[in-house]
Design a binder for this molecule. Structure first.
Ligand SMILES: *Cc1c(COP(=O)(O)O)cnc(C)c1O
Length: 376
């Protein structure tokens, strides 16, 4: 799997251009940077000007610090008691929503003799993490009892920002604004944020002090309909390739792969590829998947095996063992996007990036510099 750092930088700059020079951008690098490699992806965004990063877990924040990433790191799932010590030790900014976390962070900050920022997460209708609206003011009162803790921001998240023709997001944003106004005396210079990629694209009025793009930084759109006439011109950064193991001619009427679910209709040339469900190339894509060979699309025939699948190259002359096959990304004039693979496997592009990323070794390239760096 090839990750193009130049594409990552490009996408960050696209977001920067869209929101203007002064708005905060929290580059979301959770889940191993959506499968692109936590450290190299964060470094690429930093090169493009990122000064704030969003991770899910404390462990990811610690890894970023150990790799020399400076700036703000927001831990979006928050911390438990043990995580509180790490947050203080590594100057990470956790999201908070329980008194336990406040106490643990307050105690650790007092022990270390330093000021510790926290961001309050409120739930304005996502039904996931965060305080309910009526819990915000009592929670702020509790926060004020810890002299070493300060409120660095208030955050929330939309459940349906990517869904067309639905007034819910506007309503939820109204509630968020009302909450912010009610507690405007708390947290000098605090940074409030609610906008993921879909919000960023659709609702210029909901960017608050900082936006939190994830999927767009990796070159994908949060929904197919949002890719049309988009304000962001994105470049997918992930490319998944392999090499043909064998090319062979199969006669008509011959079954292919386990269960013989596909039977050749005519004499068929097959290219055997060393990629299967162990590499994230899911069984359920059988009968739908296509790969690129010589820049052209070749349908995958029969069941996808654990470590192999077969592409039909009857109509692509000259394919031979050792040739590059592309499962995701571009080759010549052809391109296969994560959105398309998501449709074959009945999921979303986000999951395809995470899946391919966690199953395969990443090689980081730079299409602007031609340096290579291997990770993991
Ligand atoms: C993952 C995540 C984001 C980024 O969302 P995208 O749709 O990838 O832009 C933003 N905020 C929170 C809280 C998230 O969990």
């Amino acid at each position: 799997m090839e990750i193009d750092r130049a594409a990552l930088r490009h996408n960050f700059r696209q977001v920067r251009k869209l929101v203007g020079p002064s708005l905060g951008i929290l580059a979301v690098v959770k889940a191993d940077a959506y499968g692109h490699g936590l450290i190299p992806a964060a470094q690429a965004f930093a090169e493009a000007g990122a000064t704030a990063f969003g991770v899910a877990e404390i462990e990811e924040g610690v890894r970023l610090r150990q790799a020399g990433i400076t700036g703000q790191i927001v831990v979006m799932l928050g911390v438990d008691r043990q995580g509180a010590a790490e947050a203080v030790a590594h100057a990470l900014t956790p999201v908070v929503y329980t008194l336990d976390a406040l106490e643990a962070l307050g105690a650790q900050a007092a022990k270390a003799g330093c000021l510790q920022g926290v961001q309050i997460k409120v739930d304005v209708g996502m039904g996931r993490l965060g305080l309910l609206p009526h819990e915000l003011e009592p929670f702020l009162a509790a926060l004020r009892r810890f002299p070493k803790l300060y409120l660095s921001g208030i955050a929330s998240h939309f459940p349906k920002a990517d869904v067309e023709g639905d007034g819910l997001t506007e309503k939820q944003y109204g509630l968020f604004q009302e909450l912010l106004t009610r507690v405007q005396g708390d947290g000098q210079g605090r940074i409030n944020h609610i906008a993921n990629s879909a919000t960023l694209l659709r609702y210029p009025g909901m960017r608050c002090d900082m936006v939190r793009p994830g999927i767009s930084l990796y070159g994908c759109y949060p929904a197919d309909w949002l890719s049309q006439a988009s304000a962001l011109e994105l470049k997918p950064a992930m490319r998944f390739t392999t090499r043909v193991l064998q090319v062979k001619e199969i006669p008509a009427g011959q079954g292919i792969s386990y269960g013989h679910r596909y039977v050749t209709e005519h004499s068929t040339r097959l290219a055997v590829l060393p990629v299967g469900y162990d590499d994230g190339y899911l069984r359920r894509m059988a009968g739908k998947a296509e790969v690129l060979l010589s820049g052209q699309r070749a349908p995958v025939r029969g069941m996808i095996c654990m470590n192999a699948c077969m592409a039909d190259v009857t109509d692509i002359p000259g394919v031979k063992a050792g040739d590059e096959a592309v499962l995701l990304g571009g080759q010549g004039a052809g391109e296969i996007r994560a959105e398309e693979i998501a449709r074959w496997s009945d999921t979303i592009n986000y999951e395809i990036l995470c899946l391919f990323g966690s199953c395969n070794r990443q090689v980081h390239v730079d299409s602007e510099e031609s340096t290579r760096q291997s990770v993991g």
